[in-house]
Write a protein that binds this ligand. Structure first.
Ligand SMILES: Cc1cc2nc3c(=O)[nH]c(=O)nc-3n(C[C@H](O)[C@H](O)[C@H](O)COP(=O)(O)O)c2cc1C
Length: 223
């Protein structure tokens, strides 16, 4: 990566990949991907994350089945309502990438006591008045940052990946299968594997819609 422009160009080549070839992903590659996740910044460097990496075929199948069955259950319920068509094939969105993934990574985060909030409270303040780290779910943010670096390393390795909220519908069964317990909280699942598709670019909102600037006018100086 030579320049900022090169980097931006490369970032734009990442896609969410939902279909994978059957070849396994070697442990060495997976370890690099997980190492990359742990390079992410985190609130007071607490590194409030944990990752369960599933390559076992039986476990992968069990996870995909748990999510697919739950999506089917949801479909049945929605069919009874007035918006059956709205769901359409949307159910696939919950489990499809898990079906052919060579590895499924289940990221988790845990919350830590908000020390500054506790100090404020001991001094007689209502910590809610100060919007400390817990007001922004700092541990969840940190773990999301780790997921993003994981996705980028996967992309650099030539892997396809899809971070998914869908598998949350199977959280209870996935937690039992993988022995995930409190205080750890699942943050979806990431399907990984050698890509069997080249998805289209998904459009992005222009900066004019998502960025607000406060700048000095030309020639104006800050005091
Ligand atoms: C938190 C999060 C949850 C997502 N959940 C799903 C999901 O459940 N199923 C799925 O197929 N894609 C899921 N995606 C992928 C998005 O659909 C995808 O990122 C978006 O359409 C933009 O496409 P791109 O990643 O190829 O640029 C999710 C992405 C994120 C960041």
């Amino acid at each position: 990566m030579k320049t900022g422009e090169d980097m931006l160009g490369w970032l734009r080549t990442r896609r969410s990949v939902r279909a994978f070839r059957p070849e396994p992903v070697g442990r060495e590659v997976l370890e690099r991907v997980m190492q990359a996740a742990t390079t992410a910044p985190s609130n007071t460097n607490r590194q409030p994350w944990r990752f369960t990496v599933v390559t076992s075929a039986n476990q992968r199948r069990a996870i995909a089945t748990a999510v697919r069955e739950r999506a089917e259950e949801m479909k049945e319920i929605i069919r009874r309502g007035h918006h059956a068509e709205d769901f359409g094939n949307y159910g696939d969105f919950f489990h499809e990438p898990l079906e052919s993934a060579a590895a499924i990574v289940v990221p988790q985060y845990r919350e830590y006591p908000d020390l500054i909030a506790n100090l404020l409270e001991s001094g007689g303040a209502n910590p809610k008045d100060f919007h400390t780290a817990s007001a922004m779910q700092a541990e969840l943010c940190s773990t999301s940052a780790a997921c993003m670096t994981l996705l980028l390393q996967a992309h650099a390795e030539g892997l396809g990946a899809c971070w998914m909220a869908g598998p949350m519908i199977g959280k209870d069964r996935i937690s039992a299968l993988l022995d995930l317990r409190e205080p750890w909280r699942m943050v979806g699942a990431i399907a990984l594997g050698w890509p069997a598709e080249a998805p289209q670019v998904q459009p992005r909102k222009g900066l004019d819609r998502v960025v607000t600037w406060f700048e000095d006018a030309p020639g104006e100086d800050t005091p």
